[in-house]
Design a binder for this molecule. Sequence first.
Ligand code: NAI
Length: 253
Amino acid sequence: MGLVDGKIAIVTGAASGMGREGARVFAREGAAHVYVVDVNVDGGNETVEMARQLGAGATFVALDVTDEDAVAATIARVVREQGRLDCAWNNAGINDISKAFHEFTKAEWDRMIAVNLSSVYWCMKHEIAQMLQQGGGAICNTSSGAGLVGAPGLPHYTAAKHGVLGLVKVAAAELNNSGIRVNAVCPGMVDTPMIRGWFASNPDLANAVLETMPGKRLLDPIEIAEAAVWLCSDGARGVSGLSMTVDAGGLNR
Ligand code: NAI
């Protein structure tokens, strides 16, 4: 028995990093079909191959999650092809170069909020509408340690990730009699292309933060994926509204 046997799942930001591992863990844990969503076509197709090798059906959908109409069309496509949507991991996101609080431009602010916060609402909106029709489902959103405490140098990222947890709390409260569960993972620093890019552009800050991580190591993306897939599984049927830190204890020192 897998954790998500026979489920239909969608993972955004699945061309890379944690989302790719999420698609693989869904496949490994018995999902019938995984929709791999990303703007990165080559990476998305590679993830599809990985999921298929693990025995799941898999489809890549090229989608910018900031585009609400395209998000709606993608959920409609999943339902047209599979009849339902059981699990959604809304994980796509971006980082930015760290700067002083007062130095961000309107364009930088707007882009961050569009990708890391508004897109999560667009995805949840259309996923929840479908899950209400079918009478249940499970959603996990990717927040961050920066959803729980401030990340110096990244006010827009911090605000967006705090906002994701706000969406989780509202949805979990509204939906607690609907069979729909909504949770979040709050990763610590994870070894993905995103964090490697941030390390390259902020080596001093990054190394200082790494010093504070348990074992002075980055987390492996599969460690986050295992938690997210569990939150989407029936094993977590009693869990909704949770912001689950997956940081090897770094925030609890
Ligand atoms: P990553 O860069 O490896 O993967 C992110 C994926 O999202 C990429 O494939 C990218 O193409 C996709 N994406 C970006 N904008 C998109 C858009 N508008 N539409 C569709 N896809 C889009 O990064 P990683 O680290 O796997 O990040 C996943 C999530 O985890 C993000 O939400 C990030 O903010 C969050 N996170 C990352 C941490 C880390 O240390 N790596 C720590 C805490 C949170």
